[in-house]
Write a protein that binds this ligand. Structure first.
Ligand SMILES: CC(C)(COP(=O)(O)OP(=O)(O)OC[C@H]1O[C@@H](n2cnc3c(N)ncnc32)[C@H](O)[C@@H]1OP(=O)(O)O)[C@@H](O)C(=O)NCCC(=O)NCCS
Length: 159
């Protein structure tokens, strides 16, 4: 895992378009590279970008704005490793909690977030363009990193 650069955007946009009905544009990703609040990470396998995660950091809170894995690289544990790796980096720079929104019907993402200790803390009715509700989830990194277990699932228990 490493920070994203301009050379990654072509592949990132391809993955984005294969992953979402309302994908971010090339220019939105380009802005992420320039936004000082943004933490934009990519995951590489066999020297190719196979996934990315993009957060916005304000004070000690991060918002997970976007995450996706190349469809042909899913279900092999890379989404989890990308999240764990990026959360670890954020914790090191002083982030203590991470918030995200996830579509009510996105079972794969919900299950991934739950397995890392995210908890549903609210609902935004009709949040998405097509009227689907969003669950708001939060992970308190402080509890995870300071309880000496050093492992999310150990800290919170399996979902
Ligand atoms: C969500 C996503 C990032 C997961 O990436 P991934 O690399 O496939 O995930 P992993 O292989 O690391 O799986 C980790 C856990 O996620 C859950 N999960 C992943 N895919 C799943 C699926 N199709 N169905 C149910 N659970 C799933 C499981 O809990 C899994 O743990 P397990 O393998 O021990 O059962 C990927 O499915 C994706 O890119 N989806 C499209 C974009 C998206 O929805 N992003 C989230 C927006 S909020």
């Amino acid at each position: 895992m490493r920070r994203a650069g301009p050379e990654d955007l072509k592949k990132v946009v391809e993955i984005e378009q294969a992953s979402f009905r309302f994908p971010w544009s090339f220019y939105l990703f380009l802005r992420e590279l320039e936004n000082p609040a943004s933490r934009f990470f990519v995951w590489e396998e066999a020297e190719a970008v196979v996934g990315y995660a993009c957060y916005w950091v304000v004070a000690d809170e991060a918002y997970l704005a976007n995450i996706a894995l190349d469809p042909s690289w899913r279900r092999q544990g890379f989404g989890r490793r990308l999240l764990e790796g990026s959360l670890g980096r954020l914790a090191k720079e002083g982030v203590t909690q991470v918030v995200l929104e996830v579509r009510r019907g996105n079972g794969a993402a919900l299950s991934l977030y739950r397995s890392l200790g995210f908890k549903v803390v609210g609902k935004r009715p009709r949040h998405y363009e097509d009227g689907e509700d969003a669950w708001v989830m939060r992970l308190r990194l402080k509890e995870v990193f300071h309880d000496r277990s050093g492992d999310y699932r150990e800290a919170y228990g399996k979902p």
